[in-house]
Structures are given as structure tokens and as C-alpha cells.
Design a protein around this ligand. Structure first.
Ligand SMILES: [Zn+2]
Length: 496
């Protein structure tokens, strides 16, 4: 049976999307889980975009890509030779490194972004692929904005880069413009029109602006694509990328229809989805296919009755197949076991039952661990009907202890104002999400925030059985990220 290569770009395209940024440690945790899930390729970053992304890509190559059976570790670069050099410096530690280079081929991009002629872009693409091949056997090329590129010109570029040594040709629908039938036809036509296309793996990279990313990826597979680029939970630029879990489960559930297979261990899908949510603080919608909270919940009585009698009546996939039944905890060597143990003890004192989700939530706090410049030491709130909410907060900064108080519109506001009074930094809450991790009145509350500190927006998260304390922890997590030097990053260009 034919096997489709699953190229995961959660750590590159996904991570570039606003609100999804991850630090090197978080990328490493996620990369380990992607390897456990058995994806074929991990695109770990865009090394020239920032020093932090360079280091993250390098660490993924070193620590996740070093074994014989490790996934291919890929880095993105533009066609500039310096970009490729930098990319190689980061991915070269992997057993199987890949350089992915791209340049736009649509007239819109040529005219307004690159200010280059078609001939110049073709030449640059060929030179880039040759330069990358001098370092690395495995080179991928993408003509950015392929869906809006002149077809014949794009095919000329593809033929030239295959001759130059590109082993994978990735066709991105960068702006999510394509519709399934025309996209499928386009992929089939590339196979026919590009004379040497049999020498390369044809790949697609679909965006979800019109909700067609998964459909376009699947139809491309039916028309000769041997690789699909996708992300966990479908995260990515704007409306996101094609969702890995949906593609993989569509191919598995409808093997009769597609007749192709992947290497993905589907039982790791749910855990990957939840780990990503925990790291980024962004949760999937309940009705999200495969990984949403309701994806396997049967509410209607008649459905419940049917499912109890025979699961196949309403279930086309089994929750176990995506790892939902077993919620085994993911723990890495950087997970901070001592911290985990102490938080767990605290929790056990407050809560009757501890669920897997509780552990994962605490774990997430530890994974998200940034050096704690400020540590929450004490918190006292006065709040109620007809009372002006006020808070007293004590923070530790190394050996020093600071205490201050604040008032606010509500207890959370009062606590954050008290923290601001201590640190002298004024944060504006841009986003605040509270979520109960488990059910029950003593459930662990998980707070995700985005705080604007004078133009720098920093994410933070925290959990506690007390939602006010969880809010304070989330805010302090953001604050600690801000004062930690690696907080800022620059992205020069978006990529395919
Ligand atoms: Zn993209």
C-alpha cells in the first residue's frame, strides 16, 4: 500500500501564528511528542528569523532528530544563500536533516514583494537548491503562492529545481484560495506537465482560509501527492493549516476509499493535541473533528441508546484509536519532577480526586517554566457583594520579599493591580480565558492570559483550584517571560 509522508509544521507555520509562539523548551517538548506520534518530518523552525528560533531548531535537531529512527528534521529558509547557510547550521545535527527553501512564483508576489522578473526568480531558485544540496542530500522546494502562480511558469521553475537536486516539490496554497476539484486537477497537471516530476515527491501545503485545507490535502493525495504538510489542531497563519489529525484519521477511517496509509501512531493524536493546547494556552473548539471535547460525546438519547447497544451505530472511529481512552501522562526530562511533586501534594490537600487532566495541567505550568524572577508567596482577597474588591499580594524576588495591595473592578483586577504596584510594570490584559480542567466543584481552574506590557504582548498561564490564584499565577508567568531576556522574537517573513 502507498504511504503518504506526514510533514508536520506545527513548530514552524503553526508557531508563527499570533498567540501560538513557543520558546525553545516548549518546542522541544512538542517535538518529542511529534516524534512519539511518528510523523515523518518535523519542520522545527525558520532559523534565520531570530536567534531564538535558530536555537530551538538546533536543539530539536540535536535532541529529537539524532536516532536512526528519528523523524527528518527540517528547517525553512528563503532562497537567499545566507538563509540557507543559517538553516543548515541549525539542522545539521539531525541524523536526517532537510533544508526547505522557498520563493514566491506568483506575479503578484514578484511585482510587489520581491520586485524581480520571472527569469531572476527562476535563477535564484535553482541557485538556492544547488547551494542547499551542497550541504544536504534532502532538499525541499516550495513555489510560494502556487495557487495564484502562472501555471506554465511555475512548472518551468519546478522542472529546473528538480534538475538542480530538489527531492521534494511542495505546492502551497499559501492564501487558502483553492477549491478541492481545481486543486486536485492542478496537482495532476503538474505531474503531467513537469517532465522530471517522477524524480521528486510531490507535496502540498494547504491553508484553511475558506475551510478547505483538509479537503484540498486529501484530494491532492488522490491526484499524486506523496506528502502533505499539516499541523496539530490545524494551527497556523490566519485560519490555520490543514489539521494533521483530520487528514490522518480520514485516510485511516476511509482506507477503502483512499487506498493509502501513513506511519502515524494514531493513539498519540489526542495527547499531541492536548499538549499543544497546554503549551500555547489555546484550546480547540468542542466540536473540532477528532480532538474536540465533543468529538466522541453522544448527547442525544437515541444516539446514546444506539452506542450502548453497538458502538458502530454512530461511531465511525473509536476514541481509543486516537488515544482518548488512555490519558497517560507525558513527561520529559525537562518537566521539573520536583516541582511537579510539590504542586501535586498541594493539590491533593485541596482536592478529593486527582485526574489525569489535573496532572497534565500542572505539567503544563512546569513545561511553560520560565526562570521565575517573581514568585507568588502570599495572596489575600476581600471581595463580595457591596464591597470594593481589594487584594494584598506578597512576591518573592530572590531573597527579597515585596508586599503591596490594590483595589479593582473585581478580585482579579485587584490582584493584578497589587502585582503592578510591586513590580512597577503596568500590564494591560488583552485576553483572559478561564477553563475548568476537570468536572466537579473542586475542579482545577486553568487561566490563560495575554498581557500587553507597553506594546510587548506576552502569553502566560497558571492553574490552581482557586481561580483568583490561577489568574495571579498566569499573570506572573507572563511577567516572568517579559523580564526574561529571550522573550522577544522577530519574524522577518511569513513563508509558504
Ligand atoms: Zn503556510
Amino acid at each position: 500500500m502507498d504511504r503518504v509522508i506526514i510533514f508536520d509544521t506545527t513548530l514552524r507555520d503553526g508557531e508563527q501564528a499570533p498567540g501560538f509562539s513557543m520558546n525553545a523548551l516548549e518546542k522541544l517538548e512538542m517535538a518529542r511528542q511529534l516524534a512519539r506520534m511518528n510523523v515523518d518530518v518535523i519542520e522545527a523552525g525558520f532559523p534565520i528569523s531570530s536567534d531564538e528560533d535558530f536555537e530551538a531548531t538546533r536543539e530539536v535537531a540535536k535532541q529529537v532528530g539524532s536516532a536512526d529512527a528519528s523523524p527528518i528534521i527540517c528547517g525553512l529558509s528563503r532562497v537567499a544563500l545566507m538563509d540557507i547557510d543559517r538553516c543548515w547550521e541549525a539542522v545539521k545535527y539531525a541524523k536526517r536533516p532537510r533544508i526547505h527553501t522557498f520563493v514566491a512564483t506568483s506575479d503578484i508576489h514578484l511585482k510587489y514583494k520581491l520586485r524581480k522578473s520571472r527569469a531572476e526568480v527562476l535563477k535564484a531558485a535553482v541557485e538556492a537548491v544547488k547551494h542547499a544540496r551542497a550541504y544536504c542530500e534532502d532538499v525541499e522546494f516550495s513555489p510560494e503562492d502556487a495557487s495564484r502562480s502562472d501555471f506554465d511558469y511555475m512548472c518551468d521553475v519546478l522542472e529546473a529545481v528538480i534538475d538542480a537536486g530538489a527531492g521534494t516539490i511542495n505546492i502551497p496554497d499559501t492564501v487558502g484560495y483553492a477549491m478541492p476539484r481545481e486543486w486536485g486537477e492542478r496537482i495532476a497537471r503538474i505531474r503531467e506537465r513537469v517532465k522530471n516530476s517522477a524524480k521528486a515527491v510531490l507535496s502540498v501545503h494547504c491553508h484553511n482560509d475558506l475551510g478547505q485545507a483538509v479537503a484540498n490535502s486529501l484530494v491532492a493525495i488522490q491526484n499524486g501527492a506523496g506528502q502533505v504538510e499539516c499541523t496539530v489542531n490545524g494551527i497556523g497563519e490566519r485560519a490555520g493549516n490543514a489539521s494533521l489529525e483530520e487528514i490522518v484519521m480520514a485516510l485511516k477511517t476511509r482506507r477503502d476509499f483512499f487506498g493509502v496509509d501513513t506511519r502515524v501512531n494514531t493513539q498519540e493524536i489526542f495527547r499531541s493535541s492536548r499538549l499543544l493546547s497546554h503549551i500555547t494556552g489555546v484550546h480547540v473548539q468542542p466540536n473540532k473533528a477528532v480532538v474536540g471535547d465533543n468529538a466522541f460525546a453522544h448527547e442525544a438519547g437515541i444516539h446514546q441508546d444506539g452506542v450502548l447497544k453497538e458502538k458502530l451505530t454512530y461511531e465511525i472511529m473509536r476514541p481509543e484509536d486516537v488515544g482518548r481512552a488512555t490519558n497517560k501522562l507525558v513527561m520529559g526530562k525537562h518537566s521539573g519532577r520536583a516541582a511537579l511533586a510539590s504542586r501535586l501534594k498541594d493539590l491533593a490537600d485541596k482536592k478529593k480526586e486527582i485526574f489525569d487532566e489535573d496532572l497534565i495541567s500542572i505539567m503544563k505550568d512546569e513545561i511553560a517554566h520560565v526562570p521565575e524572577t517573581y514568585v507568588l508567596d502570599y495572596l489575600h482577597i476581600i471581595s463580595g457583594t457591596g464591597v470594593i474588591p481589594s487584594a494584598t499580594v506578597r512576591l518573592k524576588k530572590q531573597e527579597q520579599v515585596f508586599q503591596d495591595s490594590g483595589v479593582g473592578d473585581g478580585p482579579v483586577d485587584a490582584v493584578l493591580n497589587a502585582i503592578d504596584a510591586i513590580t512597577g510594570l503596568k500590564g494591560r490584559l488583552q485576553d483572559y480565558q478561564l477553563r475548568a480542567v476537570t468536572s466537579g466543584k473542586d475542579a482545577l481552574g486553568e487561566v490563560s492570559v495575554k498581557v500587553d506590557f507597553d506594546g510587548t504582548v506576552v502569553p502566560g498561564k497558571g492553574s490552581s483550584t482557586d481561580v483568583i490564584e490561577a489568574s495571579a499565577r498566569a499573570y506572573l508567568n507572563a511577567l516572568n517571560r517579559l523580564v526574561h531576556p529571550a522573550a522577544g522574537r522577530k519574524v522577518q517573513e511569513i513563508g509558504p
